[in-house]
Design a protein around this ligand. Structure first.
Ligand code: FMN
Ligand code: SF4
Ligand code: SF4
Length: 424
Protein backbone atom coordinates (compact mmCIF):
# COMPACT_ATOMS: atom_id res chain seq x y z
CA UNK A 1 0.00 0.00 0.00
CA UNK A 2 1.59 3.35 -1.02
CA UNK A 3 1.98 6.06 1.62
CA UNK A 4 0.41 9.48 1.20
CA UNK A 5 2.50 10.97 4.03
CA UNK A 6 4.29 14.12 3.04
CA UNK A 7 7.01 16.39 4.33
CA UNK A 8 6.88 19.84 2.80
CA UNK A 9 9.73 22.05 4.03
CA UNK A 10 9.83 20.18 7.34
CA UNK A 11 6.05 20.32 7.85
CA UNK A 12 4.63 16.80 7.91
CA UNK A 13 1.06 15.69 7.24
CA UNK A 14 -0.75 12.38 6.68
CA UNK A 15 -1.50 13.35 3.07
CA UNK A 16 -0.46 16.23 0.78
CA UNK A 17 -3.90 17.88 0.68
CA UNK A 18 -4.02 21.15 2.63
CA UNK A 19 -6.69 23.80 2.83
CA UNK A 20 -5.27 27.04 1.39
CA UNK A 21 -5.46 30.16 3.53
CA UNK A 22 -8.97 31.44 2.78
CA UNK A 23 -12.57 31.27 4.08
CA UNK A 24 -12.52 27.43 4.51
CA UNK A 25 -9.68 27.81 7.06
CA UNK A 26 -11.17 30.78 8.86
CA UNK A 27 -11.92 29.19 12.25
CA UNK A 28 -11.15 26.25 14.49
CA UNK A 29 -14.57 24.74 14.06
CA UNK A 30 -14.10 24.69 10.26
CA UNK A 31 -10.52 23.41 10.23
CA UNK A 32 -11.44 20.61 12.66
CA UNK A 33 -14.32 19.53 10.43
CA UNK A 34 -11.93 19.60 7.46
CA UNK A 35 -9.44 17.38 9.30
CA UNK A 36 -12.27 14.99 10.18
CA UNK A 37 -13.18 14.87 6.48
CA UNK A 38 -9.61 13.83 5.59
CA UNK A 39 -7.58 16.97 4.85
CA UNK A 40 -3.93 16.43 5.76
CA UNK A 41 -3.25 20.03 6.64
CA UNK A 42 -4.56 23.57 6.67
CA UNK A 43 -3.09 27.00 6.22
CA UNK A 44 -5.10 29.23 8.53
CA UNK A 45 -6.82 32.29 7.08
CA UNK A 46 -4.21 35.08 7.08
CA UNK A 47 -3.73 36.76 10.45
CA UNK A 48 -2.72 40.37 10.87
CA UNK A 49 -4.38 43.48 12.21
CA UNK A 50 -8.07 42.49 11.75
CA UNK A 51 -9.75 44.41 8.95
CA UNK A 52 -13.24 45.46 7.88
CA UNK A 53 -14.48 43.59 4.77
CA UNK A 54 -16.89 44.87 2.13
CA UNK A 55 -20.17 43.37 0.98
CA UNK A 56 -20.50 41.88 -1.58
CA UNK A 57 -17.03 40.44 -2.15
CA UNK A 58 -17.15 37.41 -4.51
CA UNK A 59 -17.78 36.97 -8.23
CA UNK A 60 -17.61 34.04 -10.65
CA UNK A 61 -17.15 33.31 -14.33
CA UNK A 62 -19.94 30.93 -15.29
CA UNK A 63 -19.16 29.12 -18.47
CA UNK A 64 -21.72 27.19 -20.45
CA UNK A 65 -23.70 26.00 -17.47
CA UNK A 66 -20.71 25.48 -15.20
CA UNK A 67 -21.17 26.82 -11.70
CA UNK A 68 -17.88 28.65 -11.66
CA UNK A 69 -14.85 27.94 -13.79
CA UNK A 70 -13.14 31.04 -12.41
CA UNK A 71 -13.70 32.79 -9.10
CA UNK A 72 -12.84 36.25 -7.88
CA UNK A 73 -12.74 37.91 -4.47
CA UNK A 74 -12.09 41.28 -2.93
CA UNK A 75 -11.94 39.88 0.59
CA UNK A 76 -9.01 40.83 2.84
CA UNK A 77 -7.30 38.97 5.68
CA UNK A 78 -9.02 37.80 8.89
CA UNK A 79 -11.68 40.04 10.35
CA UNK A 80 -11.72 38.08 13.63
CA UNK A 81 -9.78 39.11 16.76
CA UNK A 82 -6.25 37.70 16.94
CA UNK A 83 -6.89 36.33 20.46
CA UNK A 84 -9.79 34.24 19.15
CA UNK A 85 -7.77 32.95 16.20
CA UNK A 86 -4.79 31.95 18.35
CA UNK A 87 -6.98 30.25 20.93
CA UNK A 88 -8.67 28.20 18.20
CA UNK A 89 -5.31 27.34 16.58
CA UNK A 90 -4.07 26.08 19.96
CA UNK A 91 -7.21 23.98 20.52
CA UNK A 92 -7.13 22.59 16.97
CA UNK A 93 -3.47 21.61 17.08
CA UNK A 94 -3.94 19.94 20.45
CA UNK A 95 -6.83 17.90 19.13
CA UNK A 96 -5.20 17.03 15.79
CA UNK A 97 -1.46 16.60 16.52
CA UNK A 98 -0.76 14.70 13.28
CA UNK A 99 -2.32 17.19 10.87
CA UNK A 100 -0.25 20.08 9.54
CA UNK A 101 -1.39 23.42 10.90
CA UNK A 102 0.32 26.34 9.20
CA UNK A 103 -0.54 29.93 10.12
CA UNK A 104 -0.60 32.51 7.34
CA UNK A 105 0.63 35.92 8.43
CA UNK A 106 0.66 39.45 7.04
CA UNK A 107 1.85 42.43 9.07
CA UNK A 108 3.99 45.44 8.31
CA UNK A 109 6.83 46.29 10.67
CA UNK A 110 9.72 44.17 11.95
CA UNK A 111 8.33 44.37 15.49
CA UNK A 112 4.88 43.27 14.32
CA UNK A 113 6.45 40.27 12.53
CA UNK A 114 8.40 39.36 15.66
CA UNK A 115 5.29 39.47 17.84
CA UNK A 116 2.89 37.64 15.54
CA UNK A 117 5.40 34.87 14.81
CA UNK A 118 5.94 34.36 18.55
CA UNK A 119 2.20 34.13 19.10
CA UNK A 120 1.88 31.61 16.24
CA UNK A 121 4.60 29.43 17.75
CA UNK A 122 3.08 29.71 21.22
CA UNK A 123 -0.25 28.56 19.75
CA UNK A 124 1.49 25.39 18.50
CA UNK A 125 1.66 26.08 14.75
CA UNK A 126 3.72 23.62 12.70
CA UNK A 127 4.87 26.37 10.36
CA UNK A 128 4.07 29.85 9.15
CA UNK A 129 3.27 31.09 5.67
CA UNK A 130 4.14 34.68 4.79
CA UNK A 131 1.33 36.10 2.67
CA UNK A 132 3.19 38.13 0.02
CA UNK A 133 0.43 37.56 -2.50
CA UNK A 134 -2.89 39.30 -1.81
CA UNK A 135 -3.41 41.55 -4.87
CA UNK A 136 -6.10 43.87 -3.54
CA UNK A 137 -6.64 46.06 -0.49
CA UNK A 138 -3.65 44.92 1.52
CA UNK A 139 -1.16 45.75 -1.26
CA UNK A 140 -2.46 49.32 -1.25
CA UNK A 141 -1.32 49.37 2.38
CA UNK A 142 2.19 48.16 1.45
CA UNK A 143 1.60 44.47 2.23
CA UNK A 144 0.61 41.32 0.25
CA UNK A 145 1.57 41.48 -3.42
CA UNK A 146 3.31 44.83 -2.85
CA UNK A 147 5.94 42.73 -1.04
CA UNK A 148 5.72 39.76 -3.40
CA UNK A 149 6.45 41.95 -6.41
CA UNK A 150 9.67 43.38 -4.95
CA UNK A 151 12.35 40.69 -4.52
CA UNK A 152 14.47 42.81 -2.19
CA UNK A 153 11.58 43.45 0.22
CA UNK A 154 10.50 39.81 -0.05
CA UNK A 155 14.01 38.70 0.89
CA UNK A 156 14.26 41.17 3.77
CA UNK A 157 10.94 40.23 5.39
CA UNK A 158 11.61 36.53 4.86
CA UNK A 159 14.93 36.94 6.67
CA UNK A 160 13.16 38.69 9.57
CA UNK A 161 10.71 35.79 9.76
CA UNK A 162 13.56 33.29 9.79
CA UNK A 163 15.29 35.27 12.50
CA UNK A 164 12.18 35.20 14.71
CA UNK A 165 10.88 31.73 13.89
CA UNK A 166 11.97 28.33 15.11
CA UNK A 167 9.35 26.59 12.94
CA UNK A 168 9.46 26.27 9.11
CA UNK A 169 8.72 29.39 7.07
CA UNK A 170 6.83 29.12 3.77
CA UNK A 171 6.72 32.18 1.51
CA UNK A 172 3.51 32.53 -0.50
CA UNK A 173 4.14 34.26 -3.81
CA UNK A 174 1.95 36.38 -6.05
CA UNK A 175 1.46 35.39 -9.71
CA UNK A 176 1.18 39.09 -10.62
CA UNK A 177 4.74 39.26 -11.95
CA UNK A 178 6.34 38.67 -15.35
CA UNK A 179 8.76 35.97 -14.23
CA UNK A 180 8.27 34.07 -10.96
CA UNK A 181 11.88 32.87 -10.70
CA UNK A 182 13.50 36.00 -9.17
CA UNK A 183 10.74 36.03 -6.56
CA UNK A 184 11.25 32.38 -5.60
CA UNK A 185 14.99 32.96 -5.44
CA UNK A 186 14.44 36.01 -3.19
CA UNK A 187 12.42 33.87 -0.77
CA UNK A 188 15.19 31.29 -0.81
CA UNK A 189 17.89 33.95 -0.30
CA UNK A 190 15.96 35.24 2.72
CA UNK A 191 16.22 31.76 4.23
CA UNK A 192 12.66 30.61 3.45
CA UNK A 193 12.20 26.87 4.00
CA UNK A 194 9.73 26.56 1.12
CA UNK A 195 7.57 28.51 -1.31
CA UNK A 196 3.79 28.33 -1.75
CA UNK A 197 2.27 29.45 -5.03
CA UNK A 198 0.10 30.87 -6.41
CA UNK A 199 -2.02 33.46 -4.67
CA UNK A 200 -4.75 35.08 -6.78
CA UNK A 201 -4.38 36.82 -10.16
CA UNK A 202 -5.29 40.52 -10.29
CA UNK A 203 -8.58 40.77 -12.17
CA UNK A 204 -11.97 42.30 -12.83
CA UNK A 205 -14.42 39.41 -13.00
CA UNK A 206 -17.04 41.15 -15.13
CA UNK A 207 -19.26 44.17 -15.65
CA UNK A 208 -23.01 44.45 -15.10
CA UNK A 209 -23.94 45.66 -18.58
CA UNK A 210 -27.20 47.28 -17.41
CA UNK A 211 -25.97 49.20 -14.37
CA UNK A 212 -22.49 49.78 -15.89
CA UNK A 213 -20.85 48.70 -12.62
CA UNK A 214 -18.13 46.03 -12.50
CA UNK A 215 -18.61 43.03 -10.22
CA UNK A 216 -18.66 42.28 -7.33
CA UNK A 217 -20.63 45.42 -6.63
CA UNK A 218 -20.22 47.33 -3.38
CA UNK A 219 -22.92 50.01 -3.22
CA UNK A 220 -22.61 50.95 -6.88
CA UNK A 221 -18.82 50.65 -7.15
CA UNK A 222 -16.32 47.84 -7.56
CA UNK A 223 -12.59 47.21 -7.43
CA UNK A 224 -10.09 44.80 -8.90
CA UNK A 225 -9.82 41.55 -7.03
CA UNK A 226 -8.03 38.19 -7.07
CA UNK A 227 -8.85 35.50 -9.65
CA UNK A 228 -8.62 31.81 -8.73
CA UNK A 229 -10.34 28.46 -9.33
CA UNK A 230 -9.95 26.01 -12.21
CA UNK A 231 -9.26 28.76 -14.75
CA UNK A 232 -5.95 29.75 -13.14
CA UNK A 233 -4.50 26.23 -12.93
CA UNK A 234 -2.39 26.56 -16.11
CA UNK A 235 -0.81 29.76 -14.77
CA UNK A 236 -0.05 28.07 -11.47
CA UNK A 237 1.37 24.94 -13.12
CA UNK A 238 3.68 27.05 -15.25
CA UNK A 239 4.97 29.00 -12.25
CA UNK A 240 5.51 25.85 -10.17
CA UNK A 241 7.40 24.27 -13.10
CA UNK A 242 9.50 27.41 -13.67
CA UNK A 243 10.80 27.29 -10.12
CA UNK A 244 11.17 23.51 -10.02
CA UNK A 245 13.35 23.37 -13.10
CA UNK A 246 15.57 26.31 -12.22
CA UNK A 247 18.89 24.83 -11.03
CA UNK A 248 19.42 27.74 -8.60
CA UNK A 249 16.14 27.05 -6.79
CA UNK A 250 16.28 24.14 -4.38
CA UNK A 251 13.69 24.53 -1.60
CA UNK A 252 10.34 22.66 -1.50
CA UNK A 253 7.15 23.91 -3.12
CA UNK A 254 3.53 23.86 -2.02
CA UNK A 255 1.40 24.04 -5.18
CA UNK A 256 -1.83 26.07 -5.26
CA UNK A 257 -4.23 27.28 -7.94
CA UNK A 258 -7.26 25.69 -9.53
CA UNK A 259 -6.94 22.23 -7.97
CA UNK A 260 -10.35 20.58 -8.22
CA UNK A 261 -9.61 16.84 -7.97
CA UNK A 262 -6.84 14.25 -7.49
CA UNK A 263 -5.75 14.47 -11.12
CA UNK A 264 -5.05 18.19 -10.81
CA UNK A 265 -3.12 17.50 -7.63
CA UNK A 266 -1.03 14.82 -9.36
CA UNK A 267 -0.07 17.37 -12.04
CA UNK A 268 1.22 19.77 -9.38
CA UNK A 269 3.14 16.97 -7.62
CA UNK A 270 4.70 15.77 -10.90
CA UNK A 271 5.90 19.33 -11.48
CA UNK A 272 7.59 19.45 -8.08
CA UNK A 273 5.04 20.24 -5.32
CA UNK A 274 5.39 18.31 -2.08
CA UNK A 275 2.02 19.49 -0.82
CA UNK A 276 -0.99 20.98 -2.59
CA UNK A 277 -3.44 23.58 -1.31
CA UNK A 278 -7.07 24.07 -2.29
CA UNK A 279 -9.44 27.00 -1.75
CA UNK A 280 -12.05 27.65 -4.46
CA UNK A 281 -13.13 24.05 -5.04
CA UNK A 282 -13.76 23.66 -1.30
CA UNK A 283 -15.76 26.90 -1.29
CA UNK A 284 -17.90 25.59 -4.16
CA UNK A 285 -18.23 21.92 -3.13
CA UNK A 286 -17.28 21.50 0.51
CA UNK A 287 -14.63 19.65 2.53
CA UNK A 288 -15.73 16.19 1.44
CA UNK A 289 -14.05 16.48 -1.97
CA UNK A 290 -10.90 15.36 -0.17
CA UNK A 291 -12.21 11.80 0.21
CA UNK A 292 -12.04 11.29 -3.54
CA UNK A 293 -8.70 13.13 -3.70
CA UNK A 294 -7.08 10.79 -1.16
CA UNK A 295 -8.51 7.70 -2.80
CA UNK A 296 -7.70 8.83 -6.34
CA UNK A 297 -4.11 9.69 -5.46
CA UNK A 298 -3.62 6.33 -3.72
CA UNK A 299 -4.96 4.43 -6.73
CA UNK A 300 -2.80 6.48 -9.08
CA UNK A 301 0.32 5.76 -7.00
CA UNK A 302 -0.52 2.06 -6.90
CA UNK A 303 -1.09 1.95 -10.69
CA UNK A 304 2.23 3.66 -11.37
CA UNK A 305 4.27 1.77 -8.80
CA UNK A 306 5.01 4.77 -6.57
CA UNK A 307 5.54 3.75 -2.93
CA UNK A 308 5.92 7.27 -1.57
CA UNK A 309 5.17 10.80 -2.72
CA UNK A 310 8.92 11.45 -2.95
CA UNK A 311 9.02 8.88 -5.79
CA UNK A 312 6.72 11.07 -7.90
CA UNK A 313 7.54 14.66 -6.88
CA UNK A 314 9.03 16.44 -9.91
CA UNK A 315 8.77 13.38 -12.17
CA UNK A 316 7.53 15.54 -15.11
CA UNK A 317 10.25 18.17 -14.78
CA UNK A 318 12.80 16.50 -17.11
CA UNK A 319 10.16 16.75 -19.87
CA UNK A 320 9.65 20.51 -19.47
CA UNK A 321 11.84 22.21 -22.07
CA UNK A 322 12.35 25.62 -23.62
CA UNK A 323 10.59 25.96 -26.99
CA UNK A 324 13.97 26.09 -28.70
CA UNK A 325 14.74 22.57 -27.46
CA UNK A 326 11.67 20.98 -29.08
CA UNK A 327 12.16 18.73 -32.11
CA UNK A 328 11.00 20.61 -35.22
CA UNK A 329 11.02 17.39 -37.25
CA UNK A 330 8.63 15.48 -34.98
CA UNK A 331 5.36 15.06 -36.88
CA UNK A 332 1.85 13.91 -35.98
CA UNK A 333 -1.43 13.94 -37.92
CA UNK A 334 -5.08 13.55 -37.01
CA UNK A 335 -6.81 10.21 -37.58
CA UNK A 336 -10.59 9.87 -37.32
CA UNK A 337 -12.04 6.59 -36.05
CA UNK A 338 -14.91 5.94 -38.46
CA UNK A 339 -16.37 3.36 -36.04
CA UNK A 340 -17.01 5.90 -33.26
CA UNK A 341 -17.43 9.13 -35.30
CA UNK A 342 -21.01 10.47 -35.07
CA UNK A 343 -20.64 12.68 -38.15
CA UNK A 344 -21.27 15.98 -36.36
CA UNK A 345 -18.55 17.70 -38.43
CA UNK A 346 -17.55 20.00 -35.59
CA UNK A 347 -13.94 19.08 -36.41
CA UNK A 348 -14.41 20.09 -40.02
CA UNK A 349 -15.64 23.56 -39.07
CA UNK A 350 -12.83 24.00 -36.54
CA UNK A 351 -10.14 22.97 -39.00
CA UNK A 352 -11.58 25.10 -41.78
CA UNK A 353 -12.14 28.28 -39.77
CA UNK A 354 -9.55 27.96 -37.02
CA UNK A 355 -6.75 25.76 -38.31
CA UNK A 356 -5.45 24.63 -41.69
CA UNK A 357 -8.40 23.68 -43.93
CA UNK A 358 -7.44 20.03 -44.22
CA UNK A 359 -10.57 18.22 -43.00
CA UNK A 360 -13.00 17.78 -45.86
CA UNK A 361 -16.55 16.53 -46.29
CA UNK A 362 -16.93 13.20 -48.06
CA UNK A 363 -17.88 13.79 -51.75
CA UNK A 364 -20.89 11.52 -51.09
CA UNK A 365 -23.46 13.81 -49.34
CA UNK A 366 -24.90 10.77 -47.54
CA UNK A 367 -21.60 10.11 -45.73
CA UNK A 368 -21.09 12.39 -42.71
CA UNK A 369 -17.70 11.12 -41.58
CA UNK A 370 -15.11 13.73 -42.61
CA UNK A 371 -11.79 12.97 -44.26
CA UNK A 372 -8.41 14.30 -43.09
CA UNK A 373 -5.96 15.28 -45.82
CA UNK A 374 -2.84 13.82 -44.21
CA UNK A 375 -0.48 15.68 -46.55
CA UNK A 376 -1.86 19.00 -45.30
CA UNK A 377 -2.59 18.24 -41.61
CA UNK A 378 -0.11 20.14 -39.41
CA UNK A 379 -0.96 18.12 -36.29
CA UNK A 380 -2.21 21.10 -34.29
CA UNK A 381 -4.75 19.07 -32.18
CA UNK A 382 -7.66 21.52 -32.68
CA UNK A 383 -9.99 18.90 -34.18
CA UNK A 384 -9.23 16.51 -31.32
CA UNK A 385 -9.97 19.25 -28.78
CA UNK A 386 -13.41 20.07 -30.24
CA UNK A 387 -14.52 16.51 -31.04
CA UNK A 388 -17.35 15.55 -28.64
CA UNK A 389 -16.59 11.81 -28.81
CA UNK A 390 -13.76 10.78 -26.48
CA UNK A 391 -10.77 9.30 -28.33
CA UNK A 392 -12.55 9.42 -31.69
CA UNK A 393 -9.72 11.53 -33.12
CA UNK A 394 -6.22 10.24 -32.39
CA UNK A 395 -3.03 12.09 -33.14
CA UNK A 396 -0.65 9.57 -34.70
CA UNK A 397 3.07 9.87 -35.29
CA UNK A 398 4.41 9.99 -38.85
CA UNK A 399 7.70 8.21 -39.55
CA UNK A 400 9.02 10.94 -41.87
CA UNK A 401 12.66 9.84 -41.89
CA UNK A 402 14.02 13.18 -40.64
CA UNK A 403 16.44 13.22 -37.69
CA UNK A 404 15.52 15.37 -34.67
CA UNK A 405 16.38 19.04 -35.16
CA UNK A 406 15.86 21.63 -32.46
CA UNK A 407 16.17 25.37 -32.99
CA UNK A 408 18.77 25.75 -30.24
CA UNK A 409 21.09 22.83 -30.93
CA UNK A 410 20.87 21.74 -34.50
CA UNK A 411 19.73 24.47 -36.84
CA UNK A 412 23.05 26.31 -36.76
CA UNK A 413 24.72 23.07 -37.80
CA UNK A 414 22.66 22.97 -40.99
CA UNK A 415 20.20 20.26 -39.96
CA UNK A 416 17.61 19.17 -42.51
CA UNK A 417 14.07 20.32 -41.71
CA UNK A 418 11.04 18.37 -42.87
CA UNK A 419 8.94 20.23 -45.50
CA UNK A 420 6.52 22.77 -44.01
CA UNK A 421 2.82 21.94 -44.10
CA UNK A 422 -0.22 24.16 -44.00
CA UNK A 423 1.55 27.35 -45.09
CA UNK A 424 -0.09 27.54 -48.50
C1 FMN B 1 -12.32 34.39 -0.85
C2 FMN B 1 -10.86 34.15 -0.85
C3 FMN B 1 -10.10 34.60 0.22
C4 FMN B 1 -8.73 34.37 0.23
N1 FMN B 1 -8.00 34.79 1.30
C5 FMN B 1 -6.68 34.54 1.35
C6 FMN B 1 -5.92 34.88 2.50
O1 FMN B 1 -6.44 35.40 3.49
N2 FMN B 1 -4.60 34.60 2.49
C7 FMN B 1 -3.98 34.00 1.43
O2 FMN B 1 -2.77 33.75 1.48
N3 FMN B 1 -4.69 33.65 0.33
C8 FMN B 1 -6.02 33.90 0.29
N4 FMN B 1 -6.73 33.50 -0.81
C9 FMN B 1 -6.04 32.84 -1.94
C10 FMN B 1 -6.08 31.30 -1.80
O3 FMN B 1 -5.44 30.86 -0.63
C11 FMN B 1 -5.41 30.63 -3.02
O4 FMN B 1 -4.04 31.01 -3.05
C12 FMN B 1 -6.05 31.00 -4.35
O5 FMN B 1 -7.43 31.13 -4.20
C13 FMN B 1 -5.74 29.98 -5.44
O6 FMN B 1 -6.21 28.69 -5.10
P1 FMN B 1 -7.64 28.11 -5.65
O7 FMN B 1 -7.61 28.22 -7.14
O8 FMN B 1 -7.69 26.70 -5.13
O9 FMN B 1 -8.70 28.97 -5.06
C14 FMN B 1 -8.10 33.71 -0.86
C15 FMN B 1 -8.89 33.26 -1.91
C16 FMN B 1 -10.25 33.46 -1.93
C17 FMN B 1 -11.07 32.95 -3.06
S1 SF4 C 1 -15.92 16.07 -34.42
FE1 SF4 C 1 -15.48 13.92 -33.96
S2 SF4 C 1 -17.47 12.95 -34.03
FE2 SF4 C 1 -17.72 14.91 -35.03
S3 SF4 C 1 -17.34 14.46 -37.19
FE3 SF4 C 1 -15.40 15.08 -36.33
S4 SF4 C 1 -14.44 13.15 -35.76
FE4 SF4 C 1 -16.57 12.73 -36.05
S1 SF4 D 1 -4.78 18.47 -36.41
FE1 SF4 D 1 -5.19 20.60 -36.93
S2 SF4 D 1 -4.60 20.72 -39.08
FE2 SF4 D 1 -4.80 18.53 -38.63
S3 SF4 D 1 -6.90 18.04 -39.17
FE3 SF4 D 1 -6.92 18.56 -37.02
S4 SF4 D 1 -7.42 20.77 -36.97
FE4 SF4 D 1 -6.80 20.27 -39.05
Amino acid sequence: MPSLKTNCAGITSPNPFWLASAPPSNSGEQVQRAFDAGWGGAVWKTLGQPIQNVSSRFGAVRWRGNSGVGFNNIELITDRPLETNFREIYETKKKYPDNALVVSLMVETREEWREIIKRSEDAGADGIELNFGCPHGMCERGMGSAVGQEPKINERITSWAKEFSSIPVLVKLTPNVGDIVPHGLAAQAGGGDGVSLINTVKSIIGVDIDSFVPKPTVGGKSSNGGYCGAAVRPIALHMVASLSRDPRFNIPLSGIGGITNWRDAVEFILLGSSSVQVCTEVMLRGYRIVEDMNEGLLNYMRDHGFETLDDMIGKAIPSVADWGDLDLNYEIVAEINSETCIGCQVCLVACHDGAHQCIHADPDPNVRIPIVDLDECVGCNLCQIVCPVPECIQMVEVANGFSPATWNEHLGAGAQLRPKKGSH
